[in-house]
Design a protein around this ligand. Structure first.
Ligand code: RRO
Length: 315
């Protein structure tokens, strides 16, 4: 039996469902290190860029990374070249990757988001735009992605700017992520991706002060996988647009669990830091995990965890 890994993500044909999480794989540095061999064995079916902002940013003061027993906390703080620097220096290199390019953007106002979407979505090299909404709106002070109303307002602003897919990256730091996902869908989002990192604040035992330079950051890695699965399942049950699931995926079995929770595609994030080819392994193992269960492809597994059980063990 052959196993079908190809998927359609908002009209983009992908060879398999394994993407990278934004900011977890520097494709330009990896190309420098591995040469064109990286292009021959590119680990992801689409590449998601690190989040860019309108103006260049230096990022947060160090330390920026804290290791936990089952993951890590980061507070990188969006270091990037800004929109113009990205278009000039990074886009030509990212366009050489052998897969569709998804550009992640973050603004602190609707105007900033409009400038970013305008700037990237019109470029032929860009297949889709991911909106990172885990940031405060300077006007309201609210984090857009924590508020369904703010998310809807933002999509209403942006939807008219492009026919290309808009993917909303959801924060897990809310009590009801599906309410935000429903608002994103109502505003015309083509897909949602989740989860971003969970708010975390490690303490330095020597000084009893916050360990990270910025005071707090976001937890990722296997520690958050069950949380991410719960949120993926809740969101997939609430929306009809495709869901890109992520959070601590390290192997094919993990990827399959997210697909069973309703994800159409999945993303590998923290695992890339330890092994830049983790995505290729997850893809291979996902095929094996499906075949081992007699499933002929990802569609046969998708959403199985959402369906009512055939036989209940409780009364
Ligand atoms: O750059 C970061 O510190 C960062 C971002 Br923009 C994000 O969306 N999620 C994260 O864990 N770190």
């Amino acid at each position: 039996m052959s196993t079908e890994l190809a998927i359609d993500l908002c009209g983009i044909q992908l060879e398999h469902p394994v993407l990278n999480g934004s900011g977890t794989f520097d494709a330009i540095a990896a190309r420098r290190a591995y040469g064109d061999a990286l292009l021959d064995r590119f680990p992801f079916s689409a590449f998601v860029s690190k989040t860019i902002t309108p103006a260049p940013r230096a990022g947060n003061p160090p330390p920026r990374i804290y290791e936990t027993p089952a993951g890590m906390v980061n507070s990188i703080g969006l270091p990037n070249k800004g929109l113009d620097g990205f278009l000039r220096a990074d886009l030509p290199l990212l366009a050489e990757l052998p897969v569709p390019l998804i550009v992640s953007v973050m603004g602190t106002s609707a105007e900033e988001f409009r400038a970013l979407v305008d700037g990237v979505a019109g470029r032929d090299e860009v297949a889709a735009v991911e909106l990172n909404v885990s940031c405060p709106n300077v006007k309201s002070g609210l984090i857009v992605g924590e508020q369904p109303a703010e998310t809807l307002l933002l999509l209403n602003e942006l939807r008219e700017l492009t026919a290309k897919p808009l993917i909303v990256k959801l924060t897990p730091n809310v009590s009801d992520p599906s309410a935000v996902a429903v608002a994103a869908e109502e505003g015309g989002a083509d897909a949602v991706s989740l989860v971003n990192t969970l708010k975390a604040a490690p303490i330095d035992g020597a000084t009893l002060r916050p360990w990270l330079g910025a005071g707090s950051g976001g937890l990722s890695g296997p520690a958050i996988r069950p949380v991410a699965l719960a949120q993926t399942a809740a969101v997939a049950a609430a929306v009809s647009v495709p869901v890109i699931g992520m959070g601590g995926i390290e192997c094919g079995e993990d990827a399959l669990a997210f697909i069973a929770a309703g994800a159409r595609a999945i993303a590998v994030g923290t695992a890339n830091f330890r092994d830049p080819l983790a995505g290729a392994r997850v893809r291979r193992e996902l095929g094996e995990a499906l075949a081992a269960r007699g499933l002929d492809g990802v569609e046969a597994a998708r959403g199985r965890a959402l369906a009512p059980a055939l036989a209940s063990t409780s009364t």
